[in-house]
Design a protein around this ligand. Structure first.
Ligand code: ATP
Ligand code: MG
Length: 613
């Protein structure tokens, strides 16, 4: 984890953090009330038990009282029944509340995370976020659904028990209370450490989740580079790190348990000692001493349970801290307070006015450097240039994944930072350089472009993307599941599904980033035809390395190092003799060379057939 989280850790080392969970309880006030009532009822019945015991002992077990004793025991069974019901209700309400609150918490962390801009995920790994959503919430869940109820019950027992102890014997109770600080001080001191260790352990667990997630997702690359041992070691280090942090926590807690048990029981024993002498001297009845001891045991048990829970609360506070970190991070791409609506008549005019941009993680490198570009509605503009020139970055800014450091990006005349990002994105259909395919059916993957599209529309889009033939050949056609990230498809098949998705989206602006790079010549031809039809009435930006695919664009922009270095039609650019002419020469002479090779091969074949024939 980063340095900043270490600082934060030092700053807020307390259970007060748990207060941040309160808003999640607010919607369930009635539920809380029911839980509290059940809790108090159960505690009261519990506290009645020792009184009953004393009366039975003190009344003696002689025959005269037999009838009374029968009634008494029947009543006791009644109390036991009430205790059972109240306890069951307490368990029900409190556990349910815990599950409910944690479900809400989990959802709100996820909801928040999914709205974060890419910048957030450059800092926090996806696996780390996942781990927070799953394991950290689980820690809180165990606190809410069992520990809090146990804590409240024990607090009540503790308070009630102390009162009853006083009533039973003020002198002995005063003796007990003298020992209390001996127990409380170590609890508080050790508890604080536990929270730090717990957060550490959770950080390490998250790290190991991140490593596991990344390597399992890329299992083929790991195996092909025979890096199993390396990643096992990495995962092992993270997992062991979590173990050693947990181990420190466990040691602290064990020490605490020893201290608390020793003091509590020594206290009880000493008090019994004094009490036994009082009974002998006649200052106290045997029943009173029995009652006192029972209460003392109840109180001691309550203290023990509370210690345990205190350390658990510290643990949950560590987890809460990690969740709050996500909830408190504001997305840096937000709709403005009063978004300017995009014109209802979507034209698809795009403007970049002197845009400079550096990725947040590399503030000193300009990915775009004073770039200006304006694309008229309906125009098809190709962007070419060497790898790393900033072509994809243009698409990132258009989709408002990042905001420019200087200058402005506009869509239909509205500056993107003034508009609602959802509005902007709904006017774009993108085929990204590395399209995402989800673990769902082919149909669902295509419909990701427009979930309300009918199956026929999705099929039509697939046809336009030259994908229908291969989809029909899949075992279950459009219903075939394609596996996580589409692992059951070939690269070109994935690409065509992404193209179908963009076609189905039917947005006024089409952004194609190397959209046909993985296709064979025949499929590419078919898809190009579809794009040409589509681009007739929409603005299209095409990024391509293969110049043959951009030759027919209305205009070609040549980029280098974040700047536009030339623009014009294919022929104009070839005539200008710059970077484009150089690239074109390389690509098209290569082609000619290939053609020459083919011709040579044909000649060889002719000669061979002549010889053999
Ligand atoms: N998330 C990021 N954080 C930091 N730097 C980035 C990030 N993404 C890209 N870059 C850098 O920005 C520059 C432009 O990247 P961009 O993806 O726009 O290149 P490109 O022209 O699309 O290249 P290619 O043809 O290889 O796809 C590159 O130098 C790249 O290293
Ligand atoms: Mg790119």
């Amino acid at each position: 984890m980063s340095k900043s989280s270490t600082e934060e850790r030092a700053k807020s080392r307390n259970v007060g953090l748990l207060r941040r969970l309160l808003p999640f309880f607010r919607p369930y006030k009635l539920h809380l009330l029911a839980a509290a009532v059940a809790l108090i009822t159960a505690a009261v019945f519990m506290l009645m038990m020792p009184v009953a015991l004393r009366r039975v002992i003190d009344l003696g077990f002689d025959a005269e009282n037999a009838e009374f004793i029968d009634k008494y025991f029947l009543a006791l069974i009644g109390v036991a029944g009430a205790l059972a019901i109240a306890t069951a209700l307490r368990f029900y309400f409190v556990s349910r509340l815990g599950e409910r609150v944690v479900t809400d918490l989990r959802r709100s962390v996820y909801d928040h995370a999914i709205g974060m801009s890419p910048r957030f995920f450059e800092k926090i790994r996806t696996g780390e976020t996942l781990s927070r959503i799953t394991t950290d919430t689980t820690l809180i869940q165990s606190l809410v659904s069992s520990s809090i109820s146990i804590a409240l019950r024990n607090l009540l027992l503790l308070a009630g028990g102390i009162v009853m102890l006083f009533i039973t014997s003020a002198k002995l109770t005063a003796l007990v209370l003298l020992g209390v600080p001996l127990v409380i001080i170590p609890i508080v001191l050790v508890g604080r450490k536990v929270r730090g260790y717990s957060r550490d352990a959770q950080d390490r667990i998250a790290e190991s989740s991140a490593i596991a997630g990344e390597t399992l997702l890329n299992i083929r690359d790991v195996q092909s580079y025979t890096q199993e041992a390396t990643v096992r070691a990495q995962f092992g280090t993270a997992a062991e790190g979590s173990f050693s942090a947990s181990n420190k926590r466990i040691k602290a807690r064990s020490l605490l348990t020893a201290i608390v048990i020793f003091f509590v029981f020594t206290g009880v024993v000493s008090v019994m000692w004094v009490g036994a002498r009082d009974v002998i001297s006649g200052a106290m009845t045997a029943g009173e001493l029995g009652q006192f001891i029972l209460y003392a045991v109840l109180v001691a048990g309550a203290v023990g349970a509370l210690t345990e829970i205190w350390t658990q609360a510290q643990q949950a506070a560590g987890a809460t801290e990690r969740l709050i970190e996500i909830l408190d991070t504001e997305a840096d791409i937000l709709p403005p307070a009063n978004p300017v609506p995009l014109p209802a008549d979507a034209k698809g005019a795009i403007g970049f006015e002197n845009v400079s941009f550096s990725f947040p993680s590399r503030p000193d490198d300009r990915a775009l450097d004073g770039l200006s570009l304006s694309v008229a509605p309906g125009e098809t503009v190709a962007i070419v240039g060497p790898s790393g020139a900033g072509k994809t970055t243009i698409f990132h800014l258009l989709q408002r994944f990042y905001d420019p450091s200087a200058g402005a990006v506009t869509l239909d005349g509205v500056t993107l930072t003034d508009a609602d990002p959802t509005d902007v994105r709904s006017r774009l259909a993108v085929v990204p350089q590395e399209p995402a395919i989800f673990a769902a059916s082919v149909l669902d993957n295509i419909r990701f472009g427009r979930p309300d599209a009918s199956e026929d529309e999705a099929r039509a889009a697939a046809k336009a993307a030259a994908a229908d033939t291969f989809i029909d050949a899949l075992p279950e056609g459009y219903a075939t599941h394609v596996g996580e990230r589409g692992v059951m498809l070939s690269g070109g098949q994935k690409q065509r599904i992404a193209i179908a998705r963009a076609i189905l989206r039917d947005a006024p602006v089409l952004l194609l980033d190397e959209a046909t790079s993985a296709l064979d010549a025949e499929s590419e031809r078919a898809v190009q035809d579809a794009f040409e039809r589509l681009s007739q009435n929409r603005t299209t930006l095409v990024i391509a390395h293969r110049l043959a695919t951009v030759k027919s664009a209305d205009r070609i922009i040549v980029m280098e190092a974040g700047k536009v270095v030339a623009e014009g039609t294919h022929d104009e650019l070839v005539d200008q003799g710059g970077l484009y002419a150089r690239l074109a020469r390389l690509q098209f002479t290569d082609l000619r060379a290939v053609e020459a090779d083919t011709a040579a091969a044909d000649t060889v074949a002719d000669v061979q057939s002549a010889v053999t024939g």
